[in-house]
Design a protein around this ligand. Structure first.
Ligand SMILES: [Zn+2]
Length: 247
């Protein structure tokens, strides 16, 4: 039996029973924490707001026999505006799913937590929340050890390619000499500005990640790359963003 205090973002909530919620909290010190919030769906519950999806809260957790329940919670920031704009809500829900799939429960470094905080802010404030979502998603993949190999040709090792073809099966870039159109099943051409944008995403700290502007054509290249790279790495088709086309 033990009590502990954590601050974290609610990445997922699942309704359980009549009024309970099982929530997953992204924390700085402990990765993803799964905890039961008893009665938290009742209108008068002191846990109601603090355990809602996207909320940032301070939690007092009670651990007993391998199960964690929430003793008390204090809301820090509800991120209510995320729930008021449908486009931004869809983007945040998609990104929460990606983070949920990437963050382990024993993760002890805080980079994903920090990245989520900046990403939430960017999805709320950037003029193009979908681009912000893809930028955050690529950074999350890189932070989790899935950095796409963009610094050199995967075959001959030529560095600082101005542009090239990305081979999604090899997870890396090919120079013009090593690109074989006949074998190109799963490749995407990356223009010089798109490649520069991807380098920016991989190299920038979270605080400067979203501070760039590119043409619509480059945005499309980056979004397409991000979608395809996510599907290949996670071996899973994420469905939520397709809602945006129907809105
Ligand atoms: Zn080459």
């Amino acid at each position: 039996m033990s009590h502990e205090h954590v601050r974290g973002f609610v990445l997922r909530e699942v309704a359980l029973g009549e009024a309970d919620r099982l929530i997953e909290i992204l924390t700085a010190q402990k990765g993803l924490v799964t905890a039961l919030a008893r009665g938290s769906r009742r209108m008068k519950s002191p846990l109601l707001a603090a355990t809602q999806i996207f909320a940032l809260s301070d939690f007092t957790l009670f651990n007993y026999k391998g199960r964690t329940t929430i003793d008390s919670a204090e809301l820090v920031e509800p991120f209510l505006r995320l729930r008021e704009d449908l486009d931004r809500l869809v983007c945040a829900a998609h990104l929460a799913e990606v983070f949920h799939d990437l963050v382990r429960d024993d993760l002890s470094d805080d980079r994903m937590y920090v990245l989520w905080a900046y990403s939430c802010h960017a999805i709320l404030s950037q003029p193009d929340p979908l681009l912000a979502t893809h930028v955050a998603q690529l950074k999350a993949l890189a932070v989790s050890g899935f950095t796409p190999a963009l610094t050199a040709c995967q075959v001959c090792g030529t560095k600082q390619l101005p542009s090239g073809w990305f081979d999604f099966q090899a997870h890396g870039l090919l120079c013009p000499e090593d690109f074989r159109p006949a074998q190109a099943q799963d490749v995407q051409h990356l223009s010089a500005p798109a490649l520069a944008c991807l380098h920016h995403i991989l190299q920038s700290p979270a605080g400067r990640l979203f501070a760039f502007s590119v043409s619509d054509a480059v945005k499309n290249e980056v979004r397409t790359f991000s979608e395809r790279y996510l599907t290949v790495i996670m071996e899973k088709k994420y469905q939520r963003l397709s809602l945006l086309q129907d809105l």
